[in-house]
Design a protein around this ligand. Structure first.
Ligand SMILES: NC(=O)c1ccc[n+]([C@@H]2O[C@H](COP(=O)([O-])OP(=O)(O)OC[C@H]3O[C@@H](n4cnc5c(N)ncnc54)[C@H](O)[C@@H]3O)[C@@H](O)[C@H]2O)c1
Length: 339
């Protein structure tokens, strides 16, 4: 779990307390408890007298510290410590998720927050920041930073802001993407540049800026959201197909070049998935039911994917429990590329 990642790095006792509080360490080791015990006076000094009394009542007397009672007390204290002395941001592993204002990225950001990551969600739509932040905090913790990743210097600025605020960067999900129709002859240079510029170039720039920070703190993970269209050439979408195929090679290249520095990279390749983007395409088609049926019927599963299914794969790919997984793709497409 991400917690293991965090614990592998230097942690103060207060940080361990926060993990306990957040339920991330189910059974803290005796060694951890000892370190916390040595600091309990510091924690108590952060409490006002009323709270100290309530803790006393909770503990039901003064018969000496047991691990269970200590935990109850620390759980209570950690709420205060979080507000007073430090932010949980410095504790949890930090993950940036681009494309997090909509669809797959938004679902993945929430799910990652629920799995112990401090998620920095990013997206174009500034006005959605409050709603996205509320979702992250309901699931775990995180914040929103808007960014148009196709603007010069924007990917580098996003990474720098996160590292400046949190002092670390442990994960990156490159999800931001756009889709345009057109074969090789029809596709304009502007359309090509827009699709490749966001889907591939911005993802490359994010990785380029992120990797040195990951290396500096012992490693990290990059999840690139590619597509079944990076594996099979879908008709009339050359720029999109190429951008996603490029992403697969970006993933493999990072895996090969940076494995020794403990940076992993994994591609997640969704098949057509019911996101706001796809729902809108279906709604605006001359025959919506026919288009939805066609999207589904090309695959053995005969249905579209759900955002939760893809988000689950992203969380899995990012998990420190699968350190051995790098350079490959997880394909979730209802059997399309297998058929
Ligand atoms: N939905 C599918 O069927 C499907 C299938 C395969 C792959 N994918 C890939 O999954 C990813 C998410 O798809 P979705 O359907 O959830 O998309 P979506 O349209 O719902 O969301 C796209 C996200 O990208 C962000 N974005 C767009 N332009 C940006 C820019 N210039 N700078 C920064 N952010 C920008 C938006 O703010 C938004 O958060 C994309 O990379 C897409 O190619 C989607």
């Amino acid at each position: 779990m991400p917690v293991e990642l965090a614990r592998a790095k230097d942690q103060t006792p207060a940080q361990i307390v926060l993990h306990v509080h957040l339920g991330k360490v189910a059974t803290p080791k005796a060694r951890d408890l000892d370190r916390v015990r040595q600091n309990i006076d510091v924690f108590d000094s952060e409490l006002d007298p009323d709270e100290t009394e309530r803790i006393g009542a909770l503990e039901g007397g003064d018969s000496g510290p047991t691990p269970r009672r200590m935990l109850r007390r620390l759980t209570f204290c950690s709420e205060r410590i979080r507000e007073v002395t430090m932010s949980e941001r410095t504790v949890l592993p930090v993950m940036i998720v681009t494309g997090a204002t909509s669809g797959i990225g938004r679902a993945a950001a929430g799910m990652l927050a629920g799995h112990g990551w401090y998620v920095v969600a990013s997206g174009l739509e500034d006005e959605l920041g409050e709603a996205v932040t509320a979702e992250l905090r309901a699931a775990g913790s995180g914040e929103f930073i808007p960014s148009n990743l196709t603007l010069a210097g924007a990917p580098e600025r996003l990474i720098a802001t996160v590292v400046e605020r949190h002092g670390r960067l442990d994960g990156l999900v490159n999800d931001a993407g756009i889709y345009r129709l057109g074969d090789t002859v029809e596709t304009s240079i502007e359309e090509w540049d827009a699709v490749v510029g966001l889907n591939l170039r911005a993802a490359f720039l994010m990785c380029r800026a992120a990797i040195p920070h990951m290396v500096a703190t012992g490693g990290g993970v990059i999840v690139n959201v590619a597509s079944e269209a990076g594996i099979s050439a879908f008709p009339h979408q050359v720029a999109y197909n190429v951008s996603k195929a490029g992403m697969l090679m970006l993933t493999r290249s990072i895996a090969v070049d940076h494995a020794a520095q403990k940076v992993r990279a994994v591609s997640v390749c969704p098949g057509t998935t019911m996101t706001p983007m796809v729902a809108e395409a279906i709604r605006s088609a001359p025959n919506p039911q026919e288009l939805e049926r066609r999207f589904a019927s090309v695959r053995p599963a005969n249905r579209l994917g759900t955002m939760e299914e893809i988000a689950t794969a992203i969380v899995f790919a990012a998990s420190p429990s699968v350190q051995y997984m790098t350079g490959n793709e997880i394909v979730i497409d209802g059997g399309f590329t297998a058929s």
